[in-house]
Design a protein around this ligand. Structure first.
Ligand SMILES: [Cu+2]
Length: 213
């Protein structure tokens, strides 16, 4: 399986300009200029650049099925977001990409559950914008209740047990102020008759911590 990735946008750094020195005189002039500027002032120059736009940060999570995640005894564990804990820079524009391999549904008792709706940002599934997921198609949610942020994740279709092509859920939002926030899945995807046991009750599976710093 794919290992989870997390990292910043690695935009191309601007290349430093090459300065052609055409003659010895030019070198002398350049050195003289340096000497002059060095003598000019000891104060640091005031920054003249406009306020920088917030950086865009890309964070990647993998949503693995129970069959993909095994404990030390070899028994399958419940579905799991990997990593369960992640960090975001405060105020950054965040593009959170979730690769979901889970082809199991976890419908809510009520088809009008608020957790079927996208809130707190914008979402695409395999590149197409979505504003909600139907109760038949819901597989998990990644919800940060304290921020009013809800990412419904639909069933990853037709993957079966041998074909591992993930569904790509991408959610764009602005990271909040620094703090520690709990995320959790609200779809009843765990074990037990109510679907709230197992992974749903285990930290690091369907619940974790987002640290904003
Ligand atoms: Cu879940």
């Amino acid at each position: 399986m794919r290992s989870p990735r997390q990292g910043k946008d690695h935009g191309a750094a601007p290349r430093s300009r090459r300065v052609k020195i055409g003659s010895g005189a030019a070198v002398v002039a350049a050195v003289a200029g340096l000497a002059l500027s060095a003598c000019g002032s000891s104060k640091p120059a005031a920054s003249q650049s406009a306020p920088a736009a917030p950086p865009t940060v890309h964070t990647y999570l993998t949503l693995a099925t129970g069959g993909m995640v095994h404990n030390k005894t070899g028994a399958a564990e419940g579905p799991k977001f990997i990593p369960g804990d992640f960090t975001l820079p405060a105020g950054a524009k965040v593009v959170l990409t979730i690769y979901s391999y889970d082809d199991g549904s976890a419908s809510f008792a009520s088809a009008s559950s608020p957790y079927l709706k996208v809130t707190g940002g914008t979402e695409t599934v395999n590149g197409s914008p979505v504003t909600s997921v139907s109760n038949q198609d819901i597989s998990h949610t990644l919800t940060i209740a304290a921020l009013g942020l809800n990412i419904p994740i639909p069933v990853s279709p037709a993957h079966g047990s041998t074909e591992y092509t993930p569904e790509v859920v991408q959610f764009t939002f602005t990271a909040p102020a620094a703090g520690t926030y709990t995320w959790q899945c609200f779809a009843p995807c765990g074990s037990g008759s109510a679907g709230l046991g197992g992974a749903m009750a285990t930290d690091g599976y369907m619940k974790g911590t987002v640290t904003v710093a």
